[in-house]
Write a protein that binds this ligand. Structure first.
Ligand SMILES: [Zn+2]
Length: 492
């Protein structure tokens, strides 16, 4: 699989993703989408919107504001409970999330455990590998004597806070809770009354609008509301490029169902969301389900299953599909004093709907699609880098090249063709290199087709059409190219 450095460098070189404020030295874990990145990210969002809103009868959209009434975050539980346990090392002064510190113990043949080392890790296997590789000689020696290893993740499994720094072995402070919401002030006076937060999730904008949407759209339960938008979490340990950032974009659905039908709807949404990734060309072997254990479920959640992707840094969450029960609506009823129950005319009864929530990250999905599409091939003894992006996701659909850029008749045809294609889908005109070089550059950004205008075009009004994946070239009449590509793409 491609490594992250290759992806990060391709993203920068070709204008998918830049470091934010780079001319000032950058700011931690904040990224900007460049000309190709914004096209691709928009395509990801459009594909999602089409699948979950436009193509369905039981879904509608919403675009709620980022700033909300501060009481929303009391009702949602974020003011009270949305925090991570933090510890500081008294010696090296590093700060960690206590629940990301792993401890490795050497277990003697008679079962005695002794602390051997610590690591900041993703999972137990990763922690063990890190610790083992630090002192391979000592590890070998102990294993010869029949020692085995136990890996503990403090803060989970009823275990306690870590005591030793995983980096230097120094003493750690007691863990304390750190709220992940970005606080801000509304209005000109920085007084407590005006404190509010940048939303840490888009979901609450949907819950707060449940009645507005239901009444105005005349939707009957079961139905859902979808929203795409920015959210903010002051993560202690962001990282892995755009995978975990403090400012990020979510694609969230809250699907309202009658209590008792929630488990069935949970399964249906799990299938739908899994298939969305596959339909957009993601490699099935790099996707898996991970069901949350009882100890990691939010207390109001009946069940949560994550779709994970095998990133170069390991299996990580793309999207979670949760059964949130009636927790959110009930909390908003309690805090707002408004009735958010639903009257079912068929059964002549009133209830507070249960909610199924498929919640995915736009940035994560975009990164996963980029990584998944990356291919290196050997073509006639040369390395070809090609992004085999799905047709709906490719930032540029077609590029038009003149065989000779100082031949006005060829240039004119090529420019006119590009201008015509651009009216229907994203297309480029490029004359900044030889045809071979231009193909290579377009392959690297996932452009579906290369179209070359040459001397034959002047005589018979045809052009060469090259397919990105097969590299096959055919002659096509100029006035038929657009129609042909539109047909190949289906509805983009
Ligand atoms: Zn330390």
């Amino acid at each position: 699989m491609v490594d992250m450095d290759t992806i990060v460098s391709l993203c920068k070189r070709r204008g998918f993703i830049f470091q934010n404020s780079e001319i000032y030295g950058g700011i931690g874990s904040t990224w900007d989408y460049g000309p190709l990145g914004v096209e691709m990210k928009n395509n990801v969002k459009a594909a999602w919107w089409k699948a979950v809103v436009r193509n369905r009868e039981d879904m509608v959209g919403l675009d709620a504001a980022i700033l909300m009434h501060p009481r929303v975050w009391e009702a949602s539980g974020h003011v009270q409970g949305f925090s991570d346990p933090l510890v500081d090392c008294k010696e090296c002064k590093q700060r960690f999330r206590a629940d990301q510190v792993f401890e490795v113990y050497a277990v003697s043949p008679d079962g005695k455990e002794e602390y051997f080392g610590g690591a900041l890790a993703q999972d137990q296997g990763d922690a063990l590998n890190q610790v083992r590789s630090k002192t391979p000689g000592k590890v070998k020696e102990l294993e010869k004597k029949g020692f085995t290893w136990a890996v503990r993740q403090p803060m989970t499994d009823g275990y306690v806070a870590p005591k030793k720094c995983p980096l230097c072995g120094g003493e750690l402070t007691e863990s304390r809770q750190f709220n992940l919401m970005f606080k801000t002030f509304m209005g000109p006076v920085e007084e407590e009354a005006a404190v509010t937060y940048l939303r840490p999730e888009t979901a609450q904008g949907i819950f707060a609008n449940f009645k507005n949407v239901q009444m105005s759209s005349r939707k009957k339960v079961p139905f859902g509301i979808a929203q795409i938008g920015k959210s903010f979490r002051n993560e202690i340990t962001p990282g892995n490029f755009t995978f975990r950032t403090r400012e990020f974009e979510q694609m969230e659905i809250e699907f309202f169902v009658k209590p008792g039908t929630d488990e069935e709807w949970h399964k249906r949404w799990m299938d739908d969301r899994w298939n969305w990734y596959l339909n957009l060309g993601m490699t099935p072997e790099r996707l898996r389900w991970r069901e949350h254990g009882k100890d990691e479920l939010a207390f109001y959640s009946k069940a949560t299953s994550d779709i994970e992707y095998l990133f170069p840094f390991g299996w990580s969450e793309l999207e979670g599909i949760a059964n949130r029960t009636d927790y959110d609506l009930k909390r908003h009823m309690e805090y707002s004093g408004k009735d958010l129950s639903y009257f079912d005319e068929t059964d002549n009864e009133s209830f507070v709907p249960y909610v199924i929530e498929p919640s995915g990250g736009v940035d994560r999905a975009t990164l996963a699609f980029l990584i998944d599409a990356y291919n290196e091939e050997e073509v006639r003894g040369e390395k070809r880098v090609v992004l085999k992006l799905n047709k709906d996701l490719a930032p540029i659909k077609a590029a038009v090249f003149p065989l000779k850029r100082n031949e006005p008749r060829i240039v004119e045809i090529a420019k006119n063709l590009a201008a015509d294609l651009r009216q229907t889908f994203s297309a480029q005109y490029d004359d900044t290199g030889s045809i071979g070089k231009l193909y290579r550059r377009q392959d690297e950004i996932g452009t579906l087709w290369g179209i070359t205008v040459d001397f034959q075009s002047l005589e018979d009004q045809t052009v060469t059409l090259r397919d990105r994946d097969t590299m096959e070239q055919i002659r096509v009449p100029i006035d038929g190219v657009k129609k042909m590509l539109v047909e190949k793409m289906g509805s983009c």
